[in-house]
Design a protein around this ligand. Structure first.
Ligand code: GRF
Length: 202
C-alpha cells in the first residue's frame, strides 16, 4: 500500500516537484495526497494543481493568534490523513498543535549541513563564513529551528566564485535527490528515531 504524504511549501516548489515526479512511479511507495501553503500565488501551489493534487492555504494573518493558525494548519493537514508530512521550502515554524498531531512523522529540508547555519539564510551564512563544503539536511521536525534529528545529508562544494544564488542552486540540486531518496526509504522501509539518531528500517 502506498504511503500518504502531505507536502507544505512557501515558494517555487522544486523539491515538491521532485517528489511529485518520483511518486508517479507506483514502486516509489508513496503518493502526494495534498499540498498546503502559508500563502497563495506561489509556483509550488501551481505545480500541485498541474499534477491534479488538492491544495489548501493556511495564512498566519487570517487567524487571530499564531496558536489559532497552528491549530488550523494541523486540521487542514489532518483532513488528508497523512502517514508523513514533508516541509519542502515551508518558511514557517509549525507550533505545538501541529507537532502534537504530526511530531515524529514530519520532516523538513534545510539548505545547510546541520548543526551549522540554521535559520532562513543557510546558503548566505555558509558563504559568508567561508566554509568549503556545505549542503542540505533532511531532519525530523521538532520545536526548534532546524534542530531535529537528522535523517540524511548531502554535501556540495563551495566554489571561489559562488554567489548566494549559485551556491543555493547547487545545494538545491543535491537537496532534491536527497529528499526523494530519503523519503522513499522512509515510506518503504520505515524509520526509527533513537535519541539523536535516525535509522531506516522497522
Ligand atoms: C530549499 O533550498 C529549501 O531547503 C529552502 O528553500 C528552498 C526551497 O526551494 N528552505 P523550492 O521551493 O523547493 O524550490
Amino acid at each position: 500500500m502506498s504511503a500518504r504524504i502531505v507536502v507544505l511549501v512557501s515558494g517555487g516548489g522544486t523539491n515538491l516537484q521532485a517528489l511529485l515526479d518520483a511518486t508517479a512511479d507506483p514502486s516509489y511507495g508513496a503518493e502526494v495526497v495534498a499540498v498546503g501553503a502559508d500563502r497563495d500565488g506561489i509556483e509550488g501551489l501551481a505545480r500541485a494543481e498541474r499534477a491534479g493534487v488538492p491544495t489548501f492555504v493556511a495564512k498566519v494573518g487570517a487567524h487571530a493568534t499564531r496558536d489559532d493558525w497552528d491549530s488550523a494548519l494541523a486540521a487542514e493537514v489532518a483532513a488528508y490523513e497523512p502517514d508523513l508530512v514533508v516541509l519542502a521550502g515551508f518558511m514557517k515554524l509549525v507550533g505545538p498543535q501541529f507537532l502534537g498531531a504530526f511530531g515524529g512523522r514530519t520532516v523538513n529540508t534545510h539548505p545547510a549541513l546541520s548543526p551549522s547555519f540554521p535559520g532562513m539564510q543557510g546558503p548566505r551564512d555558509a558563504l559568508e563564513y567561508g566554509v568549503k563544503v556545505t549542503g542540505a539536511t533532511l531532519f525530523v521536525v521538532d520545536a526548534g529551528v532546524d534542530t531535529g534529528q537528522i535523517v540524511a545529508q548531502a554535501v556540495v562544494p563551495v566554489e571561489d566564485d559562488d554567489t548566494v544564488e549559485t551556491l543555493h542552486e547547487r545545494i538545491k540540486v543535491a537537496e532534491r535527490t536527497m529528499l526523494v531518496e530519503s523519503v522513499g526509504r522512509m515510506v518503504r522501509e520505515g524509520f526509527v528515531v533513537d535519541g539523536r539518531r535516525v535509522r531506516f528500517g522497522a
